[in-house]
Design a protein around this ligand. Structure first.
Ligand SMILES: *Cc1c(COP(=O)(O)O)cnc(C)c1O
Length: 418
């Protein structure tokens, strides 16, 4: 075992990873040393297509010259300064660009944190505090959906509907009602309905649930229900934001503008930890008052509004414009649909494709992904679901190669099992 690998096994603890198996003598972890475009290279010099965009984050490819240059340029000025009581140009420019990206003009404010879970928690806390100090203190409940995933911090995990990600299942400081779909909302007891502060959903597609598609029109219906009850709609676009579904934001497919839009993963093109909770002037105004009135949103993280994070996010948005990224997606989305056609339970939402191996062996997804490495493809399963979710810059030829590798891996892994 090379020295770095032994040190890893001695001192590291990896996320979502059964560590006994990781540390086993015969396990050789991949160490990724370099990336360019959609291609990653390991410590042995092997190359792979980044089939899940480095856990759903990468948008324009690795080592993009425009994003690299923007980060370097910002580093030459300053890397990070406090956003508590100070401001800076990259944050101001980014806030303006982000709110302008959302159609309709209702979204006017950006609150910055540094990951998807805190983008969600910010929205939840804003929603609860808003009602508490604006005449509806009984609204102490969030509605979330079965099999939802909104992150791993205790507050975000409280909204989750997937038992293994949820942990103990306790709620941390606020009530959560879980429903299966919009029909359930009308069936809620009147007392429960009166207590709803906000409904939160991953629009169009639930990611961690195994790429589960919502029926078309569902988001629109949900939005209408929330508007009729005057309840906030929080959209978790941590995965679906920034072109992933074919439009800049998934909510645009159904003409919905939420009260809170939570963005993270792709916001910097997948380069730096950064997140934004976008909201409306109505919500913002609900927090105004004299300091002694206690209406202020007392929440924030040390790295909120990181200057290099803002610089990377601005550069990513520039690449969207300069390379006409959204305009090129229809052809790629069509090709992605063609290459997965015929696979078991094949499904697609824009640049997200998934298939589920039909077998009782629950480790088959992992086996397929391991086999795919030998064919030059890196991805990660969700149970028996294998996800193809490449950077948006992937070429048509690379889409073909990615699917070829998946088919070869499927054949190998399933024949070995038979
Ligand atoms: C990844 C993800 C999160 C959590 O984001 P982190 O940055 O990992 O905390 C929340 N919601 C959705 C839909 C996600 O895919």
């Amino acid at each position: 075992m090379d020295p770095l690998t032994s040190l890893d096994k001695k001192h590291l603890w990896h996320p979502f990873t059964p560590m006994r198996q990781w540390c086993a003598e015969d396990h050789v972890p991949l160490m990724l040393v370099e990336g360019r475009g959609c291609v990653l290279r390991d410590q042995f010099g092997n190359e792979y297509l980044d089939g899940n965009a480095s856990i759903w984050t990468n948008i324009h490819g690795h080592n993009h010259p425009v994003i690299n240059a923007a980060i370097v340029e910002q580093l030459g000025k300053v890397a990070h300064t406090s956003f508590l009581g100070f401001t800076h140009e990259p944050a101001v420019r980014l806030a303006k660009e982000l709110v302008d990206l959302v159609p309709g003009g209702k979204i006017t404010r950006a609150f910055f944190t540094d990951n998807g879970s805190t983008a969600i928690e910010s929205a939840v806390r804003m929603a609860l505090q808003y009602w508490k100090q604006n005449g509806r203190p009984q609204r102490d409940t969030l509605v979330a959906f079965d099999r939802a995933y909104h992150g791993d911090t205790l507050g975000a995990a409280s909204l989750g509907g997937i038992p293994i990600f949820k942990g103990s299942g306790n709620y941390f400081g606020y009530r959560v009602i879980t429903v299966a779909g919009p029909d359930d909302l009308d069936l809620l007891a009147i007392d429960d309905r009166n207590r709803i502060a906000a409904v939160i959903i991953e629009p169009l597609i639930q990611g961690a649930a195994g790429m589960r598609l919502w029926p078309q029109g569902m988001l629109k219906r949900l939005d209408a229900w929330c508007a009729a009850q005057d309840v906030f709609l929080i959209l978790d676009e941590v995965m679906t934001g920034f072109g992933r579904t074919g439009k800049m934001f998934a909510c645009e497919h159904e003409g919905v503008v939420p009260d809170f839009l939570c963005l993270a993963k792709g916001i910097t093109g997948g380069y730096l930890p950064f997140a934004a909770t976008l909201t409306t002037e109505r919500v913002f105004e609900g927090f105004l008052g004299e300091p002694h009135e206690g209406r202020t949103f007392f929440y924030g993280h040390s790295y909120a509004g990181s200057q290099i994070g803002c610089a990377a996010a601005l550069a990513s948005l520039r690449v969207f414009r300069d390379e006409r990224v959204l305009e090129q997606l229809p052809a790629k989305i069509a090709r992605l649909g063609e290459v997965i056609d015929g696979l078991s339970e094949a499904r697609q939402c824009g640049m997200i494709a998934a298939m589920t191996v039909d077998t009782p062996d629950l480790s088959m997804g992992a086996k397929v992904c391991l086999a795919a490495r030998k064919h030059g493809l890196l991805t990660r399963p969700v149970g028996n679901t294998v996800v193809l979710m490449p950077p948006l810059c992937i070429t048509l030829d690379e889409i073909e190669r990615m699917a070829g590798a998946l088919r070869a891996a499927l054949a190998e892994a399933t024949s070995r099992a038979a």
